[in-house]
Design a protein around this ligand. Structure first.
Ligand code: BG6
Length: 480
């Protein structure tokens, strides 16, 4: 029988901005996502810069975890989760980001949440930055364009590291640090870095300057964290969408190889502690000044991560000289030369469903870096219907998760990859990041709320809830 490690961290993943709500309570300041409207699959979310009463902002109330955390954590405990990955909203701790002292009420909220998790023997896995940068830092400092924001981030990290040094062991610095390089939709760069590109600028240069500042911020946070508690395990987090060549044409192979650097650029620095040669070459050839300061070399070298956290939802395929610009090119994670992969199905939102791609990813990342991997997001965004009894038979979600868990087990058991855990995204329904919809549901627990914010917020266990509980109890042996 295939085996996973005994202490495998089975859990669920969430982010403060998508499920907490209480956007202006407990002294919380506005974050970059608080000025993002709802969108749809076909209509992108807008960034309004302030709150405009003509718009609806779904993250403001989320699913109201802020007031229901005890009830929700009891449900997670009932599912037998061993860990919960969530974030600490930066704006609850530093409402504007540049205050001298933290907001005690915000810290008290997380004291309560973390204590409640520990009471139920659920290990907290905390992301420091998951689309929650204070709006003030974006508007007055230019977000991560500005090195001062590095200091603000490290100060925030230090405060929470100290507060939870005996309660939280697993930390993640920046969520999907690489997705901001995808500029087809401004929300990625805005939410990750608090930056909007100006038409007249050299976009590539700005992107790499911002990236450099975040890499420095991540490394400094790791260093500070280790001084506070050397037992901390601090990881990075990337969105990994493997890029396949469309054919065995050597030009397709090269197209995929070169594009895959977009996936590896951040972990190359965060794991190895220095910039890879392909990046240095590119900076020189394109005259890109990343804003390197004396001492950065040591910072990067001293702040390498303990594990790689990554999200895996799909793969993408590229074809050299592909000029067919169609809707597919605009799917999140796709590239200008992306093309439909005829061998995989797609979700209702056009994301390729490819469990083998997860085994492939685990092998690729492990063989490249040889440090433990943590699948901190994976899941299926789908429309759920309640039957006449109010039950949800989400067999499609069970199928999706089952196939991805099987792929993980193969990677561990057959390929020898070190995997720390698996936390499916949106363990309870929450607001979709890319579209702001509620109807794009990932949860194993249903929440009665619609795209316009109507509904009772009642929680209902889906069929997948019971299925996952069995998976956890059998450490992955009973996949149904
Ligand atoms: C990742 C994010 O991009 O994917 C999450 O880290 C997000 O915040 C998840 O919710 C799924 O994306 P979406 O747009 O379907 O919610």
């Amino acid at each position: 029988m295939a085996q996973l490690p005994k202490h495998f961290l089975w859990g669920g993943a969430l982010a403060a901005n998508q499920f907490e709500g209480g956007y202006n309570q407990g002294g919380k300041g506005l974050s970059v996502i608080d000025v993002m409207t709802a969108g749809t699959h076909h209509q992108p979310r807008q960034i309004t810069q302030n709150i405009d009463s003509n718009h609806y902002y779904p993250n403001h109330e989320g699913i109201d975890f802020y007031h229901r955390y005890q009830e929700d954590i009891a449900l997670f405990a009932d599912m037998h989760l061993k860990c919960l990955r969530t974030s600490i909203a930066w704006t609850r701790i530093f409402p504007n980001g540049d205050e001298a002292t933290p907001n005690e009420e915000g810290l008290r909220f997380y004291d309560n949440v973390i204590d409640e998790l520990l009471k139920h023997h659920i290990e907290p896995v905390i992301t420091l930055s998951h689309f929650e940068m204070p709006l003030h830092l974006a508007q007055h400092y230019g977000g991560f364009r500005n090195r001062k924001v590095v200091e603000a981030f490290v100060k925030f990290a230090e405060v929470v590291f100290k507060r939870y040094k005996n309660k939280v062991k697993y930390w993640v610095t920046f969520n999907e640090i690489n997705n901001q390089m995808d500029t087809h939709n401004p929300i990625f760069l805005w939410t990750n870095a608090g930056v909007l590109l100006e038409a007249h600028e050299n976009h590539e240069e700005v992107l790499y300057q911002v990236a450099h500042h975040q890499l420095i911020a991540s490394a400094l946070a790791v260093k500070v964290g280790k001084t506070i508690n050397p037992e901390f395990k601090i990881g990075n987090m990337i969105s990994h969408i493997p890029i396949y060549p469309y054919s065995c044409h050597p030009k397709d192979i090269m197209e995929a190889e070169i594009n895959n650097r977009l996936r590896f650029f951040f972990p190359d620095v965060q794991v190895r502690g220095y910039y890879p040669n392909y990046a240095k070459k590119m900076f020189t050839k394109k005259h890109i000044d990343i804003g390197w300061l004396e001492g950065d070399e040591a910072i990067l070298a001293q702040g390498t991560v303990d594990f790689i956290g990554f999200s895996y939802y799909m793969s993408t395929t590229v074809k050299h000289a592909n000029t067919t610009r169609n809707a597919y090119n605009k799917i999140y994670g796709s590239l200008p030369t992306s093309i439909d992969n005829p061998y995989v199905e797609k979700s209702d939102w056009g994301w390729a469903i490819d469990p083998i791609g997860l085994r492939y990813t685990l092998n690729t990342l492990y063989n490249r870096y040889q440090i433990p991997l943590f699948i901190v997001e994976n899941g299926l965004g789908a429309i759920d219907e309640l039957d006449e009894n109010g039950d949800i038979h989400d067999d499609y979600r069970i199928d999706y998760l089952k196939q991805h868990i099987e792929a993980t087990i193969q990677a561990v058991d057959d390929d020898g990859v070190e995997v720390m855990g698996y936390t499916p995204w949106g363990i309870i329904d929450s607001v979709s990041f890319t579209t702001g919809e509620m109807k794009k549901r990932y949860g194993l627990i249903h929440v009665d709320r619609d795209n316009s914010g109507h509904g009772t917020l009642k929680r209902t266990k889906k069929k997948s809830f019971y299925w996952y509980k069995n998976v956890i109890d059998s450490n992955g042996e009973n996949l149904g």
